[in-house]
Design a protein around this ligand. Structure first.
Ligand SMILES: NC(=O)c1ccc[n+]([C@@H]2O[C@H](COP(=O)([O-])OP(=O)(O)OC[C@H]3O[C@@H](n4cnc5c(N)ncnc54)[C@H](O)[C@@H]3O)[C@@H](O)[C@H]2O)c1
Length: 310
């Protein structure tokens, strides 16, 4: 993608900043972010001449003006935490859903070429038909998941009503350099790595036999850019299509860090699903595939990055 005008909402967060770093090489990029969980230092070059930063809550931003000259939108700004959405469901719906509908209306009015939406595997919720295909029934178990599922419906309705192109990418468990370890809602890989590097005992909820499907940040960036380039409208899982149990994951992290610390097992968390695994056959619609055989190298890259910040 070259010489395009791009808007990245949530572009200072973990995933958004990686997308921005890639697109800033050859495009004009506007980032809209309120810094609630994002950080300017996530960008390789915050003073890049191709970058315009708008530090504002998406709920208060003039989206008609911001989208007026935009070709592609990568929409990532969100309350991105399941537990926080359970504490604050109304705020979650305001940020994740209402602001998205406003963004879509402005995008349609301004003839934006395509919106790439960051959705989530959490929309599958209680659905146990593994591996999960995009056509499976969404069964959201949290306000966060419900907001993402609702946004997908709105995207489709804007495609039908106004011809606004979109791809909704349902990320499974994303990991890689830049992931926040300080958040009280930090994901399992940063939790394990930072605990071991800090000499603490990592915590596992439940018996650790729950499985997840992890996908590396560089693949998520590629999926976003390929989706923008493709003429596919609809929903796509973004995952490795491989399952790994939390206990197995812990063993790999432990080996990578040459540690012999055993984890502490805590009671299962309310709302945690037992298994999550994607059917990834639809990713070819956006000409995208991941190389999951690289998992250990990707984990090593992640560990190396954590060592630089601790
Ligand atoms: N990380 C994952 O594994 C994962 C999985 C599925 C879906 N997602 C989705 O991907 C997107 C990015 O996730 P992430 O992991 O990078 O999270 P993140 O918290 O690092 O990034 C979210 C960004 O949005 C910004 N933001 C939040 N509320 C805002 C508001 N009201 N106005 C403007 N900006 C706001 C934050 O400051 C942050 O920079 C989110 O939409 C999230 O729901 C992430």
């Amino acid at each position: 993608m070259k010489n395009k005008n791009i808007l990245i909402t949530g572009g200072l967060g973990f995933i958004g900043s990686h997308i921005a770093n890639e697109l800033l090489k050859d495009n004009e990029v506007i980032i809209l972010d309120d810094l609630s969980t994002g950080n300017i230092n996530n960008l390789k070059n915050p003073s890049d001449e191709n970058l315009k930063l708008i530090i504002k809550d998406i709920r208060d931003a003039d989206l008609d003006d911001i989208t007026s000259n935009i070709d592609y939108i990568f929409h990532l700004a969100a309350m991105a935490s399941v537990p926080l959405s359970i504490d604050k469901p109304v705020e979650c719906s305001d940020i994740n859903l209402n602001a998205t509908v406003k963004l879509l209306k402005s995008s349609a009015d301004n003839n934006v070429k395509k919106v790439i939406f960051s959705s989530s595997s959490s929309v599958y919720g209680q659905n146990k038909n593994m591996p999960l295909k995009e056509t499976e029934q969404p069964m959201p178990m949290s306000p966060y998941a419900a907001s993402k599922a609702s946004c997908e419906l709105y995207l489709n309705s804007f495609y039908d009503s106004y011809g606004l192109n979109y791809t909704a990418l349902r990320y499974f468990n994303v990991f890689g350099p830049g992931q926040d370890k300080n958040s009280q809602y930090a994901a399992v890989i940063p939790n394990f790595i930072s605990a071991l590097l800090e000499g603490k005992q990592p915590e596992i909820y439940g018996d650790g036999e729950q499985t997840r499907d992890f996908v590396y940040i560089d693949d998520v960036v590629k999926a976003n850019i390929n989706a923008a380039k493709s003429d596919y409208n609809g929903i796509i899982n973004v995952a490795s299509g491989e399952k790994i149990s939390i206990n197995q994951l812990y063993e790999v992290v432990k080996t990578t860090l040459e540690s012999d610390v055993e984890p502490k097992y805590l009671p299962t968390r309310q709302g945690d699903i037992k298994h999550s695994l994607a059917d990834i056959s639809k990713m070819e619609k956006i000409n995208f595939k991941v190389d999951s055989s690289d998992f250990e190298n990707q984990l090593q890259e992640t560990v190396n990055w954590f060592k630089t910040i601790l």
